[in-house]
Design a protein around this ligand. Structure first.
Ligand code: AGP
Length: 592
């Protein structure tokens, strides 16, 4: 949600800022804006796309400094006035912001008393004015920033410049990522490194309560007290943060097809010379704990459901919680609980809230994330990266498979069970088979269900966990109402909804539950449902829709999740929907 880009001293800040905004648009936004200095501060902003914004800015922009923003509305409606950048009352400060200011009402009251007035409804405009107030009072920007850090509660990544200095960008950070890119004769700012990789591979990541003074040939980082901080520069693996579509029409299908390489990369990272390669202290802490608590949201929560089973298999009891539920009623089963948080983005606000509670209670914890340098990565006790490469499509696919794979490897490492690795490789054969031979068949199913209003997924055990994920994926991008039901629960209520023609998609890949699932199929068929069955060879019947080779049944989420992902993709495609950026959704949900 929301994206920031900024450039100073660059040959063409406009080119960088607009390319950067396009690259960040996967995070989700409803309005976009840019500001630069040329005979004073110039701001262009509007509701709508970055393409629309580009059409309203001058063709040639002569400037040394520029900031840009994509906004996903939180405080205040998505209107032109509320769109960033924001300008202070006396037109001294021009700012963009990611995050949420918790005490903005109190700060606004203070400014109203000082005779400030406001044109919009955003918390960001308050900060523009607070910065201006202290800038004018103290006579310099550094002291004004120190006051902001002291007074402002909440999360923020601010980037701003002043009307008095067209050569300096300022970047302030707390609980919302902000990265500085170092160039030759220019320097850049962005909310993640991806917009900058075309221009540099040298970065500084700001830590919380730090700020950067960014000029074209110099970057100085300060702590909250205004003392200079020496920071390491880091470089990033270009391939892993690239947004190149590589010839695919959409990120979602590209990312589905990257599943095998994602799994293989995890194996080569965390399993070498016949041994699992995890931090021994992490493994000791996991072994010593008597209960594993999984906390996550959405797809990552679904991965946690599977992960819980993996730990149970190795005699660790486990609980699973949705982050936004746990945050308000935290429970800690066991005497020595260990918390595993899962988040593709590492920036999910609900989970960051949980981490705060986890730390207050001194609980041992691990984050499994795809985003190195993210808030959860930096602030958790242990972190394991998914190394999946950036996931752009809002609908998470390869990251889900990576989460499940990594959880399986971590659990297996507790008992040094290396048979998992062969099982994973076998399940990849199934994935390749699906990619190479099953897409036309999945497209046919997609065509049959695309005009339906309601649909059900059925499964038991691992197949139920997979059904939950399949159902979420379909509803996210095709807007078809879909529910996943454990086969055994059908007769306890949901069967009342089964009527003639309703599609029911059934997974039968678990030998333990296969015969019960066949019973469920008869129940829904006899009430008129149109059943599509996905089964493994040994458990299949001739009438099944998709029959795949056998694999270790506990790896369904690796082996056959692609079928569910392709199905959602083809349904959305055939409905002419925006596959990668479905309505109302953002890639990283950075507000609670
Ligand atoms: C996945 O398709 C969804 N877009 C969503 O449920 C997502 O998994 C959820 O918001 C959690 O995000 P995270 O993994 O980045 O924490």
């Amino acid at each position: 949600m929301c994206g920031i880009v900024g450039a100073v001293g660059f040959i063409s800040p406009k080119e960088y800022v607009f390319k950067g905004l396009k690259m960040l648009d996967y995070r989700g936004y409803d309005s976009a804006g840019v500001a630069y200095f040329n005979n004073g501060i110039q701001i262009y902003k509007d509701v709508g796309s970055v393409e629309h914004l580009l059409s309203i800015v001058p063709e040639t922009i002569n400037t040394n400094i520029m900031i840009g923003h994509t906004r996903w509305a939180t405080h205040g409606a998505p209107t032109k006035l509320n769109t960033h950048p924001h300008l202070s009352f006396n037109k001294k400060i021009c700012i963009v912001h990611n995050g949420v200011i918790e005490n903005y009402k109190e700060l606004k009251r203070f400014l109203l008393e000082k005779k400030y007035s406001f044109y919009g409804e955003t918390d960001t405009e308050i900060i523009a004015n607070l910065l201006e107030y202290y800038y004018l009072e103290k006579g310099n920007v550094i002291d004004a920033i120190k006051m902001i850090i002291l007074l402002v509660k909440g999360s923020y990544a601010f980037t701003f410049f002043t009307s008095d200095d067209a050569n300096t960008l300022y970047a302030i950070k707390k609980a919302s990522p902000l990265v500085i890119g170092l160039g030759n004769g220019f320097n850049l700012v962005a909310s993640d490194a991806s917009p900058m990789i075309e221009y540099t591979n040298e970065f500084i990541e700001l830590d919380d309560l730090e700020f950067g003074v960014v000029k074209k040939d110099k970057v100085v980082i300060y702590n909250k007290d205004g003392e200079e901080v020496k920071k390491e520069t880091i470089s990033k693996d270009v391939e892993l943060i690239s947004h190149d579509l590589k010839g695919y029409p959409h990120y979602m299908i590209k990312e589905i097809e990257e599943i095998p390489q994602t799994v293989k990369r995890l194996i080569s990272t965390y399993f070498q010379k016949g041994k699992y390669q995890f931090d021994p202290e992490l493994i000791d802490d996991l072994k010593e704990s008597d209960h594993i608590i999984f906390i996550a949201c959405g797809t990552s929560y679904h991965a946690g459901l599977v992960g819980g089973r993996y730990f149970e298999k190795y005699n660790k009891s486990a609980s699973r919680f949705i982050a936004s539920e746990w945050a308000f009623h935290p429970t800690y089963p066991g005497k020595k609980p260990f918390i595993i948080m899962i988040s593709q983005s590492g920036e999910t606000a609900d989970l960051i809230h949980c981490l705060k509670i986890i730390k207050e209670n001194n609980l041992k914890n691990l984050i499994i994330t795809n985003t190195g340098g993210s808030t959860l990565d930096r602030n958790s006790m242990y972190s394991l990266l998914l190394h999946s490469g950036v996931e752009v499509s809002v609908a998470s696919t390869k990251a889900y498979v990576a989460q499940v794979t990594l959880l399986a490897m971590l659990a297996a490492s507790l008992s040094k069970d290396v048979s998992l690795i062969d099982d994973l490789m076998d399940s990849l054969d199934v994935v390749y088979d699906i990619q190479n031979h099953y897409k036309p068949l999945i497209m046919r199913v997609a065509n049959k269900i695309k005009d339906k209003k309601n649909l059900f997924y059925l499964g038991r055990s691992f197949d139920y966990f997979l059904s939950l994920e399949a159902s979420l994926k379909l509803k996210e991008i095709s807007y078809i109402h879909s529910e996943a039901i454990p086969g055994g629960e059908l007769k306890h209520g949901p069967i009342a909804l089964i009527e003639k023609g309703i599609p029911v998609i059934v997974f039968i890949t678990d030998p333990e539950t296969a015969s019960s699932m066949r019973g469920n199929i008869e129940e829904v068929k006899s009430r008129g449902a149109k059943v599509y069955t996905i089964a493994t060879k040994k458990l299949s019947r001739p009438e099944d829709t998709i029959i795949v080779e056998d694999y270790a049944y506990y790896l369904s989420s690796v082996a056959v999740s692609s079928i569910a992902f392709y199905l959602a993709y083809y349904v959305a495609l055939s409905k002419g929907l925006n596959v990668d950026k479905p309505r109302n959704l953002a890639k990283s949900v950075t507000v609670e």
